[in-house]
Design a binder for this molecule. Structure first.
Ligand code: GLP
Length: 261
C-alpha cells in the first residue's frame, strides 16, 4: 500500500479531494464511496471548493454510503444517510437520486444488506472508497475479528466505538445504537481504489498496525494490505508510530506528479 504523510488534516483533505477530482475528470459518473465521522470532513470541504471553483464538474457523480446505524428513525440527523446528504451530496449540488445507501430502518435487515451489495454491483462497483479508521482499527463498522471476506451485514458495535461516537449523540452513550449495517471487508476490497485517511495521535497505533503489522482480522484495516490499489493518507500525528515513515516520505516526495494517488 502507498502511505502518504501530510502535515495536517487540511492537507490530507486536499490530496484526497484532488484524487477524487481527477477521477471525475476521467470518469464523470464515477461512484464515490464516502465515509462518516470527523476525519473525512476536510476531504468533502476541499472537493466542494474545487467544484465551486469550476475546476471539476461533479454533476454526474454518484455517491454511496459505507455503513449505517440500525434502528434510528428515518431522517434522524445522525443517521449516516442524513450525514452524507448534509456533508457531501447537497454541498456538491447533487440530489438523492445520485445517492445510494443501506436501509437501516428495514424490517428485514439481512435482506436489506444483501440488497445493498447487489445494488453496488449493479451500479458497476465503487470507483474510489474513502475510509476513516476507528481507534480499534475498524473500517466502516467492521469491528475487530470481522471476517476479512465479509459482505454487507449487521454488526454489533464495541463499547469503545459507542463511547467514541457518543459525541454525535449529545455525549449520551445510551442514544448510540448497538447495531449497524456495514459494507463487509470483502465488499470494501472490491472498490477499485481504497483511500484511508487518519489524523491525530489517537489513530497512531491503529495506523501502525494497519500498515506495518500482519494482516489480521483483529485489525480490520490491515486487510487493505491485500488490495492492489490502497492509499493511506496520514498526518504527522497519526504517522508518529510508523517505523518506515522516512521511507514513505521519500517515496511520495520523489513520485512523478502524473501518477496521482
Ligand atoms: C465510525 C464510522 C467509521 C469511521 C470511524 C472513525 O465508526 N463508522 O467509518 O472511520 O467512525 O470516526 P472519526 O473519523 O470521527 O474518528
Amino acid at each position: 500500500m502507498e502511505v502518504v504523510i501530510v502535515p495536517d488534516a487540511k492537507a490530507g483533505g486536499a490530496v484526497i479531494a484532488e484524487a477524487m477530482a481527477g477521477l471525475l475528470r476521467r470518469k464523470p459518473d464515477a461512484l464515490l464511496g464516502v465515509a462518516t465521522g470527523s476525519t473525512p470532513l476536510p476531504v468533502y470541504q476541499a472537493l466542494v471548493a474545487t467544484v465551486r471553483a469550476g475546476a471539476v464538474d461533479a454533476g454526474r457523480a454518484r455517491i454511496c454510503q459505507l455503513d449505517e446505524y440500525v434502528g434510528l428513525p428515518a431522517g434522524h440527523p445522525e443517521s449516516y444517510r442524513s450525514v452524507v446528504l448534509r456533508e457531501v451530496v447537497e454541498p456538491l449540488g447533487l440530489t438523492e437520486a445520485s445517492f445510494m445507501g443501506p436501509d437501516g430502518s428495514a424490517d428485514d435487515v439481512p435482506a436489506a444488506c444483501q440488497e445493498y451489495d447487489r445494488a453496488l454491483a449493479a451500479a458497476g462497483g465503487v470507483d474510489l472508497q474513502l475510509l476513516g479508521i476507528g481507534t480499534d482499527g475498524h473500517i466502516g463498522f467492521n469491528e475487530p475479528c470481522s471476517s476479512l471476506a465479509s459482505r454487507t451485514r449487521i454488526k454489533t458495535l464495541t463499547e469503545q466505538t459507542r463511547v467514541d461516537n457518543a459525541r454525535f449523540f449529545d455525549g449520551d452513550i445510551d442514544q448510540v445504537p448497538h447495531h449497524v449495517i456495514t459494507q463487509g471487508i470483502g465488499t470494501i476490497l472490491e472498490a477499485r481504489h481504497v483511500v484511508l485517511l487518519a489524523t491525530g495521535e489517537g489513530k497512531a497505533e491503529a495506523v501502525a498496525q494497519t500498515v506495518e503489522g500482519p494482516v489480521a482480522a483483529v485489525v480490520p484495516a490491515s486487510a487493505l494490505q491485500l488490495h492492489p490499489h490502497a492509499t493511506v493518507v496520514v498526518d504527522e500525528a497519526a504517522a508518529s508510530r510508523l517505523k518506515l515513515a522516512d521511507y514513505f516520505r521519500h517515496t511520495f516526495a520523489s513520485k512523478p506528479a502524473w501518477q496521482g494517488l
